[in-house]
Design a protein around this ligand. Sequence first.
Ligand code: HPA
Ligand code: ZN
Length: 340
Amino acid sequence: MNQTTFIKHLPKVELHLHIEGTLEPEMMFQLAQRNNIALPYSTPEQVKQAYQFENLQSFLDIYYQGANVLVHEQDFYDLTWAYLRRCAQDNVIHTEIFFDPQTHTERGVAFDTVIHGIHRALQDGREQLGISSQIILCFLRHLDEESAFATLEQALEHKDKIIGVGLDSSELGHPPQKFARVFARALEEGFLTVAHAGEEGPVSNIYDSLELLKVSRVDHGVRCVDDPALVEQLAKSQMSLTVCPLSNIKLKVFASMQEHNIVELLRRGVCVTINSDDPAYFGGYMSDNFNAVAEHLSVTEQELAQFTRNAINASFVSDSDKSRLHSQLQSFVAGDNGFV
Ligand code: HPA
Ligand code: ZN
């Protein structure tokens, strides 16, 4: 079996996925028409041509604009359902998705509209596609602490649906300290915490996410290589990094995939995982990310399987659910599926 076939069938677990980042240009047009919203493009092809980014901010500007077409609960359902169908094609067996409520509430779309649409699709995904899932609320770090607190307040009545809180958007200029009090409150309320750190920002953002925000995972975190002591600490504590290879190339975090450090980090014992971040914008879903790593960095099939093993260990599910996911991976690796 070649590596592409191995990757296609390898059970996968996604831990870093912004649901708004799964909005494909075709769906953007459909929803714009359905909701009578004008787009600054005339065709989905024009949208795709606009996806040339210089850095994180140049992506975020286009990404927030795209999210304007999401208005009704059914829009959030359709968006999430389309993503789950892609998961099924890629053999993603568990996914933990981010949503950015402030992107929607700031435009007058109710928090409840957003969460209900996403949650209903995830329930259908569980029942009809056998894909388990969790939801993580992300605060937009370019907005202020007060807005984050107000968002957390709205999340309290949805604790049954939201496992944790995270931090995304513009990393430079918006360090973890800005949200230390919001995260302390979220932890008191029983939410787990994660944060984007060390994507474009310095190593200090990784340290501060660990110490001040008490994160259970670091999103991206690839800049940790700037500090060998931190790499050692991450490996020793088995703190997971949710790495997004295609995203990192599109946003010029690395000049090319050959220069990406994910395999180096894996070999240094860090609990790195492969994820798609914003697949509609960055050129691919889970299998595409695995394939990009396999094509440009030489990895063994054992190492490819280790990315899933790491993701299972780092996932926000019960020990019994982790065992179920591990046995699905194990039966594939052991060749029970006839692939190895
Ligand atoms: N970084 C920060 N914010 C984001 C990202 C990202 O990669 N994707 C969506 N929001
Ligand atoms: Zn992200």
